[in-house]
Ligand binder design. Sequence first.
Ligand SMILES: *Cc1c(COP(=O)(O)O)cnc(C)c1O
Length: 398
Amino acid sequence: MEIEEIIEMDEKHFMNVYSGRYPLYVEKAEGIKLYSKDGKVYRDFLAGIGVNALGYSNQRFKQVLKDQIDKIIHCSNLYYIEPQAELEKRLCQNSCYDRVFFANSGSEANEGALKLARKYFKKKGSNKFETITADKSFHGRTMSTVTATGQDKYKKPFTPLPEGFSTVPFNDLAALKAAVTDRTAAIMLEPVQGEGGIYPAVQEYLEGVRKLCDEKDILLIFDEVQCGMGRTGELFAYQNYGVEADIISLAKALGGGVPIGAFMAKEKVASAFEPGDHGTTFGGNPLATRAAAEVMDIMLEPGFLDSVKEKGAYFRGELDKLVSSNNNLIETRGLGLMLALEVAESLSAKEITSQLFERGFLVNAVKETTLRFLPPLIVEKEDIDLLIKNIEEIIKAE
Ligand SMILES: *Cc1c(COP(=O)(O)O)cnc(C)c1O
């Protein structure tokens, strides 16, 4: 099919929620390169919004998926699933958590995390049920996760919203303390905010939040859907801070492209869930958990996460050089390979994104003035150099 035909069919039949898609139809992909039908090559610095951490066409990963497809794709949670048990073990052994539940997306993982927090207090006979989240946060699209999300544009169309949610400025401990009431059950934060424009939490802030939660008997939930799974150079973003939440959610990169989400909790909290409290038809199925177990094995090989740190620092350094030599660039932000370049209002991040697209680079204008980079974790320095050179040329020409 030609791209024009695909566009026509899509415009006719698909719900109109993704207006302004880029005219790209990928026929094959390898490493960080996407090949379109018309023969153009794109270097991917967005990785399917942080999903394709291993890049494309990783031979070992593909072989494992093929092997699993030959064995069994789906089996309900009424029965035992070997790859699920393997993945549970890997996640728990490599984190501070004791138990895990598998969902199919980030929203669903957060939904489960919020349910667990409520059940924890209900079981204790407490009437705490409220959750405080941060401005600029993004937690998903289901009714409660969209309500938890600290950006009005996502939730305004859907009022009235579920009760029990409030938001406060991010990285502002005093504001958070002031918002806590005797009904506060949970505080939910992204250690590095993603959709809000790549804002890492400040060390003292996260430490202060942990202390506050301990003092007030509040559960801390980290939404690591975007910043988890190697993205920051540690397997989990919280490991950069040495601050442990009671519950953590994961998704995006977890399955290397196969849809899967998860939330984990420490035993004290996880044990609040009793038979019948939660469940899923698809979550944790053999194909998805086999994929995620392999993703973890690859990420945990010696050197993999170190190389993410190293390339992240290099990328950040090159972006910083651009900023210091150009008045129209404001700052860089991020951790590991989760980076942003803030541009002046006189420039448009969308326009730069379009021009990069023309030149064969995929990035994302997460805000009017913010370019976001979430490359596959296997990105090479040469790819980074090429991207930087092209950004520089585009900005000079403005
Ligand atoms: C993407 C994202 C979600 C939602 O994940 P979906 O899989 O789209 O439901 C939730 N939280 C964060 C931090 C995200 O980046």
